[in-house]
Design a protein around this ligand. Structure first.
Ligand code: NAG
Ligand code: NAG
Ligand code: NAG
Ligand code: NAG
Length: 297
């Protein structure tokens, strides 16, 4: 308990103002309420409306020193305020996330099963105390650290990795764990540097062994690397092109064979029509000639 409210009751012993015996006057003290840290000191100003108050003082069991005065006021320093606790000192505690409030004076508890996601989570505890109608609040926050063993998951460290020959490649392996694990990978019995990109050759094909370690434990995993030749890619592209070309050719031939008889039919038909037309034309010519002959044209 660091802060206490200190109620100031000061008594100014005043003798009546000369020549104004029956007149009323006021006496006041400032501050009328003070919040003082346990053991600290406080300045108190006592004043009066009486124009000529005469001898006066402050009455308190605390160590007091007069530090200033005016015609109608006096200022005192009160030291080592270890002040009269005016109300119950048991604060109310509130712990963020805790299901219920503890009884006054009892500690607050929160029981939880920690998960990885809780790492870095903050919890705050608030203590509040009501003193003389004033609500005093103190809060504190604590951060939770959840530690866990290393893991090499498929998402961060795939067990099968394909490299393209001739390209700059790196072994992909990011371990999980708290504290952050250190990672060592070996290949053919030698430590393999994960930071340096490798120009992939067929020689890189093989099984790499990675081991992640933190102070809670370690885990290892084999990673199979396959280096895919560029030619393989090219030849498959050529194969696809040839297949597509052959397919298109077959369709064209099929369409041609399907439409050819129709063309022949059509040609025959148009020939017959022409012949028919010719016949009609000649008939028309004969008729005209006959007409001409009849009209002597
Ligand atoms: C004490 O209070 C009186 C009356 O309010 C004021 O006039 C005076 O300046 C105060 N003294 C100090 C040191 O603040
Ligand atoms: C917890 O508090 C610290 C510092 O007060 C802050 O850096 C951190 O981001 C907070 N964590 C969360 C999960 O909010
Ligand atoms: C890697 O590939 C092999 C064969 O293709 C397969 O049997 C194995 O399950 C794969 N491993 C992983 C971790 O995907
Ligand atoms: C692959 O390894 C063989 C023998 O280990 C070596 O002679 C050859 O030069 C290597 N090839 C490449 C491209 O590194």
């Amino acid at each position: 308990m660091e802060t206490l409210l200190f109620g100031v009751w000061a008594l100014l012993a005043l003798i009546p103002c000369p020549g104004a015996t029956d007149e009323l006057f006021e006496v006041s003290v400032w501050p009328d309420q003070a919040l003082v840290k346990f053991g600290d000191s406080l300045m108190v100003n006592c004043s009066t409306t009486c124009p000529d108050p005469g001898p006066s003082g402050i009455e308190t069991f605390l160590k007091k020193t007069q530090v200033g005065k005016g015609p109608q006021w006096k200022e005192f320093l009160l030291e080592d305020v270890t002040g009269h606790v005016l109300t119950s000192p048991s604060p109310t505690l509130w712990l963020q996330g805790a299901p219920d409030l503890p009884a006054p004076g009892e500690p607050a508890w929160l029981l939880l099963t920690t998960r990885e996601e809780d790492d870095g989570r903050n919890f705050s505890c608030e203590a509040s105390l009501e003193v003389q109608g004033q609500r005093l609040i103190k809060t504190t926050t604590i951060q939770l650290h959840v530690l866990y063993k290393p893991r090499l998951e498929e998402s961060g460290c795939p067990g099968n990795q394909t490299w393209v020959e001739g390209m700059e490649q790196m072994l992909a392996c990011v371990p999980k764990g708290n504290p952050t694990p250190s990672l060592v990978c070996t290949w053919n019995g030698m430590t393999f540097d994960l930071e340096v990109p490798q120009k992939a050759t067929q020689n890189h094909t093989g099984t790499y062994c990675c081991m992640a370690t933190n102070r809670l434990g370690s885990v290892s995993k084999d990673i199979a690397v396959i280096v895919q030749g560029l030619d393989e890619g090219n030849s498959s592209a050529i194969f696809i092109i040839i297949t597509v070309a052959l397919g298109v050719g077959v369709i064209i031939i099929a369409l041609y064979l399907n439409y050819r008889p129709c063309k022949i039919e059509r040609r025959k038909l148009s020939c017959r029509q022409k012949e028919k037309n010719k016949e009609e034309e000649s008939q028309f010519a004969v008729q005209q000639a006959e007409k001409c002959n009849a009209h002597h044209c």
